[in-house]
Design a protein around this ligand. Sequence first.
Ligand code: HEC
Length: 150
Amino acid sequence: MIFKQAFLALALAGGVLSLQAQHRPAPKKTAAKADPAMAASIKRGAVVYKNVCITCHQADGGGVPNMNPPLIKTQYVLGDKARLAHIVLAGLAEPIEIDGNDYKQHMPAQNYLTDQQVADVLTYVRNSFGNKASAVQVAEVKAVRATLPK
Ligand code: HEC
């Protein structure tokens, strides 16, 4: 009799455990964790950002209101990757408005950076400061550079 009860208790416990296992939420995967190549690119991109972009766009990507625009969830950062690569390779000299602030200073071209460095820094920016977007590939940067005057 006592054996039967023990068996029942075990069976119940087992059932509860397996139910819990089924209901455990899937571990949160970040894009970077799922893709080691992307994680490495982000790491290299952080170095480029610190060397090149940080003076204007600041450590937190927040920019300087009415001088240097933020890189936080803007349509330029999260949108078309070719346009984004074009901004870094050719600079930007057109008045833009972000979050109600006007920007009309020119961003100088950073075309001395290699295709790899541009891909890395943009992958970093697209996955920092609260941004989350796909990696920028070297081939995508290369294609944009090919359209620019030498
Ligand atoms: C000398 C200052 C300066 C540096 C260095 C600089 N930027 Fe900019 N950036 C600007 C300014 C000013 C604008 C706005 C230009 C305009 O309105 O025409 C801008 C615009 C942008 C934009 C589009 C607008 C937005 O905020 O989404 C992106 C993206 C961007 N920069 C990324 C970068 C990246 C990445 C680097 C480093 C590789 C970099 N910038 C380096 C000054 C700078």
